[in-house]
Design a binder for this molecule. Structure first.
Ligand code: HPA
Length: 274
């Protein structure tokens, strides 16, 4: 199956090209509750994942499951509305399949959003955090298996997965918009359980500021393929509180939705400035 990966990718890309001739240079991955970003997109072509040859199909509530092409601030972009998570049962290679499709479509920069649990004690629900680095905790590396040299090297450097120039642009934009943004290290876990109290403490002690169930595998595949990456989290819950607290998916979605307009505005401005 791995040997067929390139063939599969080419088939997916050929299908898209038959229906859409634009050249997106920027790809955006929308996380939980961030779906409204596409309202500001001048849509030129949208296709359900289930219609695309070789694409995995999204199942999680709150995820749209569409690849959307269009113009934002005069630029061609492609947006993944809905992503694939390892906890849904997809293989790590399936999780990153769309990232590779975007690369083969000519995308150079990828902007990723997600909902994450706060581990840094100074964080509050609704905070936005620019991811400056990540730690992969128990997530399976999507590059395990035969390497495909046409996509990237066997042993990719990971000293700077998150592009510093884009981070600095995003900080300037946040300043201009009057948004307070945090920066920090995102710990990737498999989910679907939220963390135990001891796990939140562990994540804090190893240098994590936030924890989430997506992004890390996508970033690894993107770096492997030579893409520039920017990623940001909405802090949707605080796992590290001293008092008793439980975390629910509903609470996570509500917090993501509440911060969504700010995050969308920031991403939109970033697309304009890139
Ligand atoms: N842990 C893991 N993933 C998450 C969390 C969390 O607390 N919040 C949102 N996604």
């Amino acid at each position: 199956m791995i040997n067929n990966l390139l063939e599969n990718l080419n088939e997916t890309v050929d299908y898209i090209r038959k229906h859409y001739s634009g050249q997106p240079l920027i790809g955006v991955v929308l996380g939980s509750g961030l779906g409204n970003f596409v309202n500001d997109l001048q849509v030129e072509y949208a296709i359900e994942y289930s219609m695309l040859p070789n694409f995995p199909v999204s199942t999680v509530e709150g995820h749209g499951g569409k690849l959307i092409f269009g113009k934002m601030a005069g630029k061609n972009i492609v947006v993944m509305s809905g992503r694939f998570h390892y906890y849904e049962g997809y293989t790590p290679q399936q999780v990153v399949y769309p990232i590779r499709v975007m690369k083969m479509l000519g995308v150079k920069t990828i902007l990723i959003s997600n909902a994450a649990g706060g581990v840094n004690k100074s964080f509050r629900v609704g905070d936005m955090m620019i991811i400056t680095d990540h730690i992969s905790l128990f997530t399976v590396n999507p590059l395990v298996g035969k390497n495909i040299e046409e996509i990237g090297t066997r042993f990719p450097d990971m000293s700077e997965p998150y592009n510093k120039e884009i981070i600095s642009k995003a900080k300037n934009i946040a300043n201009r918009l009057g948004y307070d943004v945090k920066e920090g290290v995102y710990c990737g876990v498999t989910g679907p359980t939220f963390e135990t109290r001891s796990e939140y403490k562990l994540i804090q002690s190893i240098g994590g500021d936030a924890v989430g169930m997506s992004t890390v595998q996508e970033v690894i595949a993107a770096v492997h393929a030579g893409l520039k990456v920017f990623a940001m989290s909405i802090i949707t819950d605080i796992g590290i509180r001293d008092e008793d607290n439980i975390i629910t998916h509903e609470e996570v979605l509500a917090a993501a939705n509440a911060t969504e307009p700010k995050m969308s505005a920031l991403f939109k401005e970033l697309v304009r400035m890139l």
